[in-house]
Write a protein that binds this ligand. Sequence first.
Ligand code: NAP
Length: 288
Amino acid sequence: MSENLNCSKLIDGKALSAEIRQSLKSRSEVFEKSFGRKVGLAVILVGEDPASKIYVGNKIKACEEVGLKSFAYYLPEGASKKEIIELIETLNSDSCVDGILVQLPLPNKSDESEILSHVLPSKDVDGFHAVNAGNLLLGNENLTACTPSGIIELIKSTGISIEGKHAVVLGRSNIVGKPIAMLLLQNDATVTVCHSKTRNISDITKQADILVVAIGKKEFVTGDMIKKGAVVIDVGMNRVDGKLYGDVNFEQASKHASYITPVPGGVGPMTITMLMSNTLKAAMGGGK
Ligand code: NAP
C-alpha cells in the first residue's frame, strides 16, 4: 500500500499478488511432495484474439511462478463446438489436470454457455459453471470467480472491515458484478447493485463506503460521485489508443477515496493469482 499525492492510499494489486503467489508456491511444493506430481491447469484458447493470447500467456507464466504445470491447447478459429467439448471431456477425465480454463471470449460467443457447462464443476477454476455460481449464491464452499475473489482480498488488504458497510457495485455481469455482490453480502456488507437502467446513479454511488466499478466505460466514475473516505475498486479495463484506462477517473477519485486501486496494477494481477489459488484448491478437493 503506498501514499498517493492526492491523499488516498493506493491498493497495490501487484504487491499483494506477489505476496499471495509466494504462499501458493509453498503450497504447490507440498502438494508435489505428497502426490508425486505438480498441480495441473489446462488452458484452452480458440482462435487468434491478440488480447486473449496475452491473457493466456500471462496465465502460463503465473503457473510457472507458483510451481503449477500448465497444459495449453491452441485450437483454430474454426474449431467446432463438438471438438471443443470433446477436448473438455478428455481433460475432465485426466487425473493430471486439476483445473480447466476456457479463455473467453470464444470466436462464437453464442456457444460459450453450452461449452462452459461441460467443464466438470470440480475443475471449473474460473467459477463460471452454473453449479459453482449456484453454490456461491447459497453460500456453500466452492470455486468462486477469480476477479471477485481478488477484489475481496484487495479490500481486506486495506484493513477496513467490510461488515456493516454500504457496498455499491456498478455492473451486473455474471463474471464480475453479480458474484462480487454475493461475496460482499457474505462478508456482511449492505449491497446495492447498479446497471445501465439504474436511475440517478451518482446519488447511489455517493452513499457507498465501498464502491466496486465494473462497467467497461472509460473513466465513467468522476470525483463528485464518490463519498469522502470510500474504498474504490476499479475493475474496468478499457484500451484506448493503446493505453489502458479504468472505469474510474483516477486523478479525481484519489481526492475523495481513502483507498483506491490503480489501472493497471490493481484488480488485474489479482485475477490471475486467484486463478492459481482456485487451481490449488481444486487439486486439494476444495472444488468438490
Ligand atoms: P459486461 O459483461 O459488459 O457488463 C457490464 C455491466 O455494466 C452490465 O451489467 C451493464 O448493465 C453495466 N453498465 C454498462 N453501462 C453502464 C452505465 N452507464 N451505468 C451503469 N451500469 C452500466 O462487462 P464485465 O465483463 O463485467 O467487465 C466490466 C469491465 O471490467 C470491463 O472493462 C472488463 O474489461 C473489466 N474486467 C476486468 C477484469 C480484470 O481482471 N481486471 C476481469 C473482468 C472484467 P446492463 O446489465 O444493464 O447491460
